[in-house]
Design a protein around this ligand. Structure first.
Ligand SMILES: Nc1ncnc2c1ncn2[C@@H]1O[C@H](COP(=O)(O)OP(=O)(O)OP(=O)(O)O)[C@@H](O)[C@H]1O
Ligand SMILES: [Mg+2]
Length: 329
């Protein structure tokens, strides 16, 4: 298990005040983040741009040192034992970093394997296995510069597994990939966790991806943890569990305004809108019977009354907007 306790990172940056003047300023990229990642688990780290996700991953992969806090891998303190920890972890980032274009797929993997000091015989077998796993066995001896984006990303996955890590950090792994490759990568990520018992930390701005893959989610904003839990916990947290689509025969503006008013009495914070001929409602209160009563009182025939499953996307957007508002206030 990875245990992260009160991690903090402050950057000291130089800001220009003019042509000849500058001053130094502290940027608190990560203020206080604690989390746990267990073997076999896919954990999501979410947050808007600049929230502190990449900084967190960089600290956990020992690329940068934390300003404060600690983290351990299977009980081994990472700051005191960086070399041992590095053997157990790896990172796969989206985009085309960390691979050498002039080298072939095989040569890239060989190079990284050498960096980990893997014995030649074992490395050769492992590279063959990994190339097969990511479907690049036929492309092993072709320079990477001729690869498509999807092929490069598959190679990234193979590279990220070259040291047979126990824990893998995925920073936006499917950015810019088409739906087919993305789907294949999703299956791969699932396999890594569920069949090979790897512990995975994933960041992504594709919330349906997080919804599909992650067992547990941490939402960060401004370097701090806002909420953690399952998708259900997050949607509950922002009172998104009661969402309805409601329409009646002959629904017009008059009826809509009356309904809006009616809902306002029950929950003054309810979100009510009219779209595509129906009323959409989000409320912290269970409203099914209230909506049915309203139709009865107004002698309206109900066309549609159904409770909708809230998405993670809605929860994250709502929370992030609220945080932004708070920040400005
Ligand atoms: N090397 C650095 N020097 C100074 N400030 C930095 C540095 N790296 C990141 N920051 C700042 O730290 C904050 C968090 O950045 P970080 O890259 O961790 O965000 P993120 O959550 O990964 O965002 P994104 O979704 O855009 O990738 C930002 O305000 C950023 O400007
Ligand atoms: Mg980032």
């Amino acid at each position: 298990m990875i245990e992260v306790r009160n991690l903090k990172k402050t950057y000291d940056v130089k800001r220009r005040d003019g042509l000849f003047k500058s001053h130094r300023e502290k940027v608190e990229a990560v203020k206080d983040i604690s989390m746990r990642i267990e073997a076999g688990q896919i954990v999501g780290l979410l947050g808007i741009n600049g929230a502190g996700k990449t900084t967190t991953i960089k600290m956990l992969t020992t690329l940068i040192e934390p300003t404060a806090g600690s983290y351990s891998f299977d009980g081994l303190d990472a700051i005191a034992h960086p070399t041992e920890v590095k053997k157990q972890i790896n990172m796969i980032a989206g985009g085309e970093r960390m691979i050498y274009w002039r080298l072939t797929a095989y040569e890239n993997l060989w190079y990284y394997g050498q960096l980990y000091g893997i014995e030649n015989v074992i490395l050769k077998q492992r590279i063959e296995k990994l190339l097969k796993l990511v479907g690049l066995e036929d492309k092993a001896n072709i320079p990477v510069e001729t690869f498509s984006k999807g092929m490069k990303q598959r190679l990234q996955i193979a590279r990220g597994m070259i040291n047979d890590p126990k824990y893998i950090f995925l920073d936006e792994p499917t950015i810019g990939l088409d739906a087919v490759v993305t789907q294949e990568l999703h299956e791969e990520i699932m396999n890594l966790a569920k069949k090979q018992e790897k512990g995975i930390l994933l960041t992504s701005h594709y919330l349906s991806e997080v919804e599909q893959l992650c067992d547990y989610i941490y939402l960060v904003n401004n370097g701090e943890l806002i909420v953690e839990g399952t998708k259900r916990k997050l949607t509950d947290f922002v009172f998104l569990r009661n969402q309805y689509a409601f329409s009646t025969k002959g629904m017009d503006e008059g009826i809509y305004l009356k309904l809006k008013n009616h809902i306002g009495f029950v929950d003054k914070d309810a979100d009510v809108s009219f779209e595509g001929g129906k009323t959409l409602i989000t409320s912290k209160v269970e409203l099914s019977s209230k909506l049915a009563e309203f139709a009865l009182d107004e002698k309206l025939t109900i066309n549609e009354l159904h409770k909708m499953e809230p998405s993670l996307e809605q929860a994250v957007i709502k929370l992030s907007k609220e945080m932004q508002k708070e920040k400005m206030a």
